[in-house]
Design a binder for this molecule. Sequence first.
Ligand code: GYE
Length: 306
Amino acid sequence: GSSSAAGGGGGGSSEQITLGFAQVGAESGWRTANTDSIKKSAEEAGIELQFSDAQQKQENQIRAIRSFIQQKVDVIAFSPVIESGWDAVLNEAKRANIPVILTDRAVDSEDTSLYKTFLGSDFVLEGQKAGEWLKEEYADEAGPVNIVELQGTTGAAPAIDRQQGFADAIAGESKFKMIASQTGDFTRAGGKQVMEAFLQAHKDIDVLYAHNDDMGLGAIEAIEAAGLTPGEDIKIITVDAVKDGMQALADGKINFIVECNPLLGPQLMDAVKKVVAGEEIPPRIETEETTFTQEQAKAALPTRQY
Ligand code: GYE
């Protein structure tokens, strides 16, 4: 690691590897599962983990990355809260010769030499899967179908891409009307609060598309409080497929979930070891994902890990 004779960050010493990981926060069930996976995998791989939680604030993440640079960790990995604004700190890591791995969320930096790889899901595809399900579900109906959307954190890759993928999928059919779209910051409280406002402003909501399970679960509380039946009066599509989401799906309160895999730890540790060993790794590492209907959720729940 950093204190070895080989010295310096990214030196590829044969001793203990130190990984600095700057996490987004603890905003959702997905994030908790992701953090657990990273901590457990680091331990299993014998990698020393310096873990920092940014509480959904970019400035905290930048500070954590600077501190990892100062500590001369071997590799820095992070899940950028939002896409933009990373060039300066990533250049600092590059000058210190410390390789960076993007985990879960992407940056919009044009200079792709600032990081070794981006490991995570295809969020545009997730949004498309949500839209495709909706098209099938309403294939025989004339519409209009009024949709409200709970966006993830403003400026975050999964919020931008899930919105885009969904919009693309339904674009060809004019019966689908997006009547309101607002951020709920990927949290349950945010989802509940924004859904309450949506319900007050619109009496004719047919469908809710939430960018994650937690916002969907918060929205379910608001829908029930308004005397409506989630899953029936308002059809609900979410993304993630964490346990609580899957339970609500099995219970009929959610109608469809697009899976987003949070168990990135093993692939991350593998990439870290390769980078330290000076091996080439692909610039994009994707995770495998599926989708769930209510029946599929019932079948999958007993063995669901998170
Ligand atoms: O979907 C959401 C979390 O970046 C893919 O962040 C992740 C998203 C996930 O807060 O629940």
